[in-house]
Design a protein around this ligand. Structure first.
Ligand SMILES: NC(=O)c1ccc[n+]([C@@H]2O[C@H](COP(=O)([O-])OP(=O)(O)OC[C@H]3O[C@@H](n4cnc5c(N)ncnc54)[C@H](O)[C@@H]3O)[C@@H](O)[C@H]2O)c1
Ligand SMILES: [Zn+2]
Length: 358
């Protein structure tokens, strides 16, 4: 088992990464309280609730099972969590365990932040995306009918437990969506990791234990480092949004249906890399290397048909990452280094996007 210490202003968050660690970890090191509620969804409950409950066998442990799906990441389900906690008379000495992917993680963390002004939280991320991305950094919340992730806060867990073995049951498509974020970390921060993925992607996808653990550990370390440098997302943390300007616009154009976040990000990274080359920052060879890798891994590189450049531009205009009316676009000046560029105007982005529509 390996450990990353995410040191923030006033807290230290241990991130434990290993294979089958949920079977061996002693939660006593992290949970000093008696009441534990595990919150998960119906899919994950069938697979991992028993095992997770066993981990907390020395506590007064209970569970709440929510419906599975992004469409339930809303105020109604949040209220369902609050209702359950209040009806069962839990108080501030409660520890909540979020067992699930990003949907459960975001919503349960927000519930833990708002129930009685905040109770202890433990993340057990069960998707690749949640392990390498959403469980680290504290951002949490729910969707609003008028916008995704519009209601939320920052809530850090007291520990994050990342078990690579839990990904064995993850549908392949979900795993590959997580791989888009994995590639992102190589592109924005670590060239040798990018090369490692390039040389080993089949082993990673087949979940070879060593390769997968190295992947999760490296990505979690990069995310932790970036979050540490910019806890409240006022500056450098924006580089984590590489590929996300076009990615979000594609997701929104499809009304968040029929496309996974990581699939849209894969296209967005391809476009952002092409722009980086077109603007003279990235060499043509480097761009080809990136595009080839995405294609070899059978990740999407083109905007799905039926989406128009007008729709893309409408949603780029709404992107909440925009500051004072300017597009903050993340580009690469080489593989392994990203920077923020605010000089690309909408006309240019629209023209470029046309080259990527099937
Ligand atoms: N807070 C952040 O910083 C942050 C960052 C990125 C994404 N997010 C959020 O994360 C969410 C997406 O998360 P996701 O991609 O993990 O999707 P998800 O949570 O919907 O999980 C995907 C599917 O896989 C199932 N599943 C999860 N773990 C499994 C396992 N081990 N075995 C079998 N099935 C399993 C889930 O039940 C679900 O059906 C979005 O709501 C997004 O807004 C948050
Ligand atoms: Zn993302």
């Amino acid at each position: 088992m390996r450990k990353i210490n995410l040191q923030l202003n006033n807290i230290k968050i241990p991130i434990l990464v290993g294979s089958n660690i949920l079977k061996t970890i002693n939660p006593e090191n992290y949970v000093k309280r008696n009441d534990v509620v595990i919150i998960t969804n119906s899919t994950i409950a069938k697979l991992y609730l028993k095992q997770t409950k066993r981990m907390f066998k020395d506590y007064n442990v209970d569970s709440l099972i929510l419906r599975d799906g992004e469409k339930y990441k809303n105020i109604k389900t949040l209220q369902q969590i609050h209702d359950y906690l209040i009806k069962n008379k839990y108080d501030r000495s409660l520890t909540i365990v979020a067992l699930g992917g990003g949907v459960i993680g975001d919503m349960v963390a927000f519930a833990a932040d708002t129930f009685m002004r905040g109770v202890q939280l433990i993340h057990i991320p069960t998707t690749l995306l949640a392990q390498v991305d959403s469980s680290i950094g504290g951002k949490c919340g729910i969707n609003h009918p008028l916008g995704k992730n519009m209601i939320g806060s920052f809530k850090h867990p007291s520990v994050i437990l990342m078990d690579s073995a839990i990904l064995k049951t993850l549908p392949k498509r979900e795993f590959m969506a997580g791989m888009a974020e994995v590639i992102k970390y190589g592109l924005i921060k670590n060239k040798s990791f990018f090369k490692f993925i390039d040389n080993n992607y089949s082993k990673i996808i087949q979940q070879n234990t060593d390769c997968l653990l190295r992947t999760i550990f490296t990505c979690a370390s990069i995310k932790a480092q970036v979050v540490k440098e910019d806890e409240l997302e006022s500056g450098i943390r924006a580089i984590l949004n590489f590929g996300h300007t076009f990615g979000h616009a594609i997701e929104a154009s499809k009304n968040y249906k029929g496309i996974l976040h990581g699939e849209a990000i894969s296209v967005g990274m391809n476009i952002a890399s092409a722009i980086s080359a077109d603007q003279g920052y990235l060499t043509h060879d480097e761009y080809c290397n990136i595009e080839d890798m995405l294609l070899n891994m059978q990740m999407p590189t083109m905007i799905p048909k039926k989406i128009t450049s007008a729709s893309i531009m409408k949603h780029i205009g709404h992107d909440k990452k925009k500051i004072s009316g300017r597009n903050r676009f993340i580009l690469l000046d080489k593989i392994g280094n990203a920077f923020i560029n605010d000089k690309l105007d909408n006309k240019y982005l629209k023209e470029i996007s046309k080259n990527f529509i099937r």
